[in-house]
Design a binder for this molecule. Structure first.
Ligand code: URA
Length: 182
């Protein structure tokens, strides 16, 4: 079966999932992009704009992420963007339980896409993909296990200017790494 059809099946599974919506609201935000992407960006959970539109990273932090993607020479239509939590959490930050459940869907998406590089945008992304909490400030800006690139969530960059600077530097590092990998 082709990747696009397989991803559509997962999207249906997410939209039907009774566990995903618990403690959350809005439209399901399953993820979007190229099913054959060589690079996937993983965030945290939808914000208000995303929950209204059903699309990932379309709010303020999304605009920053999408501009960074373009700045490193990638086209939005060549990448895939998703997150471990598929609905807008009622609490500001998703709970451990939200991430533990959401990652079951995320893992299926990643298995289908099978990208060469997965960019983990912040602590929740790392928890959802690696299954463990990591200190982003220590691990950011480099490739781990030949596959994962850790950086800050763009919303952290918008809130704290020093982190935005680090985020921009990390994306430069990512660009350099991709010239070798791709
Ligand atoms: N933050 C995320 O992690 N994901 C989105 O889709 C939007 C904001």
């Amino acid at each position: 079966m082709n990747k696009s059809i397989e991803l559509k099946k997962i999207a249906v599974e997410i939209k039907k999932c009774k566990a995903c919506i618990v403690g959350k609201s809005g439209k399901a935000v399953v993820g979007e992009g190229n099913p054959n992407a060589r690079i996937v960006f993983v965030g945290e959970a939808p914000g208000r704009k995303e929950a209204e539109t059903g699309r990932p990273f379309v709010g303020r932090s999304g605009q920053l992420l999408r501009s960074l993607i373009r700045e490193i020479g990638l086209r939005e239509e060549d990448v895939y963007i998703t997150s471990p939590v598929k609905y807008l959490p009622n609490s500001k930050t998703p709970t451990q339980k939200d991430v533990e459940h959401g990652k079951t869907h995320l893992e299926k998406q990643l298995k289908i896409i099978a990208p060469q590089i997965i960019v983990l945008l912040g602590r929740v992304a790392a928890l959802g993909v690696l299954g463990k909490a990591i200190v982003i400030n220590k691990m950011h800006g480099k490739i781990i296990d030949s596959k994962y690139f850790v950086t800050f969530h763009p919303s952290a960059g918008l809130r704290f200017p020093p982190l935005k600077k680090k985020l921009l530097e990390d994306f430069k590092e990512l660009k350099n790494a991709l010239t070798i990998i791709f």
